[in-house]
Design a protein around this ligand. Structure first.
Ligand code: OOG
Ligand code: NI
Length: 455
C-alpha cells in the first residue's frame, strides 16, 4: 500500500486549496503570479542571500489561510482536521482588544512546529472563534439565538473527521484515503452555496460584520490565502500599477536598512461576490457580500521576547508621534544579524563551521567570540506566527461597518488556557518553540566543540 505522510498530505492540501481558491477568486491568482515575479527578481538580484530565510521551493509553495468558526465544538473539529496534517495550535491572539472596531473573536494559528516539517511545507491557518459570551457585543437574547443557530449547523462531514482522526493517529494515510481526505477538506472550506437568511445575517451585521460572516451562514470558508513574497514593497508597487487598490500601508515593521524581522503584510479589500439570500418573505434573491480578500506577506527573523518588546515600543512611539518609521528603526534597532544575535533580540540556529580553524587554538565559550572567530555560524530562524495588531488591521480593513462594542460592560474572559481547554489540546507558546530550537542548536554546537556550554 502506498502511504502518504502527514507532511505530504499537508503540502497536497495546501496546493489543492490554492487551486480551488484561484478558481473562485481570480484576484488571488494575480497576487500569486505577481509574487512569483517579484521572487524571481529577488533571487536574480540577491543570489543565495535570497534563500537565507527559507529555500525558494519553500517560499514558492508557502501559504497561510484564515478561517473563522463559531463554537469550541467547531474549533475542536478544526483541530482534528489540521492535526491530520501535522499542524498544532500555536499562539493566542485576542483581537477583541487589538481592533478598534467590533471584532468579537479570539484566535490561534494551526501550523507545523518541527524545523524539518516547516522547511518542507509551513502551511498555516489563522483560526478565529466567535465570542458570543462577550456582553460587550451580544445581549442575552442575541447570544441565545446565535448559540442555537451555531449548534444546529454542521461544518464538516463525519467521513472527513474520521479520516482526519486516522491520519492524526497513524501519521499517514493510504493513498486513496489521502485523496478522499483532501477532497473533502478542500470542499469544507469552499464558499457555501446554501441561501443565507437575509434578516438574520443583517441582524448580526449590525453588531459586527465578522459575527455575520461567522454566525450568519451555515458553513465556514477560507477568507483569504496568502502567498509569501521576498520584497513586499516591490509587490505593493506592482499591484498598485496594475490598478489594484491595496490597503494604505504595509503592516508590521517598516522598510529599513537592517534584516527582515517578524512579518510584513498588506492586503486588498474583499471583492463583492454574488450570494443567494432568502428574504423575510421566503423568496430567494441574489445579493452581494464581501467576505473573501487577498493578502500577501514577507517573513523575517523571529524576535525573542526582548526583541518583541523593542518592536512593540518602536511601533507605539511611531504611532504617538507619527514619526518617520524608517528613520526611527534605522536609528534604534540593531541592523545586523550579528548584533541581533548577541543582544539576544532574535532567534538563530547555531551550527559549527565544518572548516573551522584546526590550528590548535581553542574556542572560547562566549557566543561573540565563537561567531567572530568563525567557530559557529548563526542561521536566522524564520518567524512562523502572526502579529495581533496586523491581524486586527486585516480584519478591520475588510469590515463593511464598524459594528458596535459596548465598553460599559466587562469583557468575557478568554485566554490561552481557556482556548487550550476549548480545543482539548495545549495551545503552544511561539516563544518557547523558537527558544528551544535555538537552545538545542547551542547544546549541539557546544558538544561538537568540546565546550561545557556556550554563553
Ligand atoms: C484573519 C486575519 C488575520 C493575518 O494574516 O494576520 C490574518 C481573518 O480575517 O479571519 O490572517
Ligand atoms: Ni492573513
Amino acid at each position: 500500500m502506498v502511504m502518504v505522510s502527514q507532511g505530504r498530505l499537508r503540502a497536497a492540501f495546501a496546493r489543492r486549496l490554492s487551486e480551488m481558491y484561484g478558481q473562485e477568486v481570480p484576484a488571488y491568482r494575480t497576487l500569486v503570479a505577481v509574487s512569483q515575479k517579484v521572487n524571481d527578481g529577488v533571487l536574480r538580484r540577491a543570489g543565495a542571500d535570497a534563500e537565507r530565510l527559507g529555500s525558494i521551493e519553500r517560499v514558492t509553495a508557502e501559504r497561510h489561510g484564515a478561517i473563522r468558526v463559531g463554537t469550541p465544538a467547531e474549533l475542536r473539529q478544526v483541530a482534528r482536521i489540521f492535526g491530520a496534517l501535522g499542524m498544532r495550535p500555536v499562539g493566542f491572539y485576542d483581537l477583541r482588544e487589538a481592533a478598534a472596531s467590533a471584532v468579537p473573536v479570539v484566535s490561534t494559528a494551526f501550523r507545523p512546529v518541527a524545523a524539518d516539517e516547516l522547511a518542507g511545507d509551513p502551511f498555516r491557518v489563522f483560526t478565529s472563534m466567535l465570542t458570543p459570551a462577550d456582553p460587550r457585543f451580544f445581549d442575552p437574547d442575541l447570544r441565545e439565538r446565535l448559540d442555537r443557530f451555531l449548534a444546529a449547523r454542521r461544518l464538516f462531514p463525519p467521513e472527513l473527521l474520521e479520516l482526519a482522526d486516522r491520519a492524526g493517529r497513524e501519521r499517514e494515510l493510504p493513498r486513496e484515503q489521502a485523496e478522499r481526505f483532501t477532497q473533502l477538506a478542500v470542499q469544507a472550506f469552499a464558499l457555501g452555496r446554501e441561501p443565507i437568511d437575509q434578516a438574520w445575517y443583517e441582524t448580526l451585521e449590525q453588531v459586527s460584520a465578522v459575527a455575520a460572516d461567522i454566525g450568519g451562514v451555515t458553513s465556514t470558508h477560507i477568507n483569504h490565502l496568502t502567498p509569501r513574497v521576498l520584497d513586499i514593497d516591490e509587490l505593493y508597487a506592482r499591484m498598485t500599477e496594475r490598478g489594484i487598490t491595496m490597503i494604505d500601508q504595509i503592516q508590521g515593521p517598516p522598510r529599513w536598512s537592517g534584516p527582515d524581522v517578524l512579518l510584513r503584510q498588506t492586503s486588498f479589500r474583499a471583492l463583492a461576490e454574488p450570494r443567494a439570500l432568502r428574504r423575510p418573505d421566503g423568496g430567494l434573491t441574489t445579493g452581494s457580500l464581501r467576505v473573501r480578500f487577498g493578502e500577501v506577506e514577507a517573513r523575517g527573523i523571529a524576535l525573542t521576547r526582548t526583541g518583541r518588546e523593542r518592536y512593540d515600543d518602536l511601533q507605539a512611539r511611531a504611532d504617538a508621534h507619527t514619526a518617520d518609521r524608517t528613520a526611527l528603526w534605522d536609528r534604534e534597532f540593531p541592523a545586523t544579524e550579528r548584533d541581533l544575535a548577541l543582544e539576544r533580540l532574535a532567534y538563530f540556529t547555531y551550527r559549527t563551521v565544518p572548516d573551522r580553524p584546526r590550528d590548535g587554538r581553542r574556542p572560547g565559550t562566549g557566543l561573540a567570540d565563537l561567531i567572530d572567530h568563525g567557530w559557529v555560524r548563526a542561521e536566522p530562524i524564520v518567524y512562523e506566527d502572526f502579529l495581533p495588531r496586523s491581524a486586527a488591521g486585516i480584519f478591520q480593513s475588510n469590515l463593511t461597518g464598524q459594528g458596535v462594542r459596548d465598553d460599559s460592560r466587562a469583557a468575557a474572559d478568554y485566554d490561552s488556557d481557556w482556548l487550550s481547554g476549548a480545543i482539548g489540546a495545549e495551545v503552544l507558546d511561539p516563544f518557547t518553540l523558537y527558544e528551544s530550537q535555538q537552545r538545542r542548536s547551542l547544546e549541539d554546537a557546544a558538544r561538537a566543540l568540546g565546550l561545557p556550554e556556550i554563553t
